[in-house]
Design a protein around this ligand. Structure first.
Ligand code: IDP
Length: 144
């Protein structure tokens, strides 16, 4: 464990499945209850260009197109969340990618499951490194 006093920021998305299932409040509640601060928050419909940049590392993978289509299927809630070690902290709150086996107690583990779709619908996104967080916050909140 590497502790640090430096405040970090991460990009959190409540994906279209989370918004459609009216779980935005539940996700934000868990973030705030953990002690993180919501520094920016917006309900918005993404466009293909933004998503292609956001998911650039997955271009060429079989689930890339279904992933983009899914993310275009409805509004998302984008948030910048702040706190010490929030990048790993939020990923711990979210749970592992596959909601069927994500640990109970996590957002994905408690609230998600496999719905038989081409792309894994797992309610939330959280940046996976300081570099990704800076890049993703720049894409979603260019004014910050
Ligand atoms: P993460 O969101 O847990 O960081 P990533 O590997 O960055 O996971 O993948 C981005 C998103 O793409 C996942 O959250 C999930 O929605 C979807 N995804 C990832 N791997 C697969 C797969 O093997 N099949 C279908 N969808 C996937």
């Amino acid at each position: 464990m590497t502790t640090t006093s430096e405040t970090e920021r991460t990009l959190v998305l409540v994906k279209p499945d989370g918004v459609a299932r009216q779980l935005t409040g539940e996700v934000l509640r868990r973030i705030e209850a953990k002690g993180y601060r919501i520094a920016a928050l917006e309900l918005r419909t993404a466009d293909r260009d933004l998503l292609a940049q956001h998911y650039a590392e997955h271009q060429g993978k079989p689930f890339f197109e279904p992933l983009v289509e899914f993310m275009l299927s409805g509004p998302v809630v984008a948030a910048v969340v702040e706190g010490q070690r929030v990048i790993e902290g939020f990923r711990s709150l979210a749970g592992t990618t596959d909601p069927t086996v994500a640990a109970p107690g996590t957002i994905r583990g408690d609230l998600g499951r496999d719905w038989g779709t081409a792309v894994v619908q797992n309610l939330v996104h959280g940046s996976d490194s300081p570099e990704s967080a800076a890049r993703e916050i720049g894409l979603w909140f260019p004014a910050l």
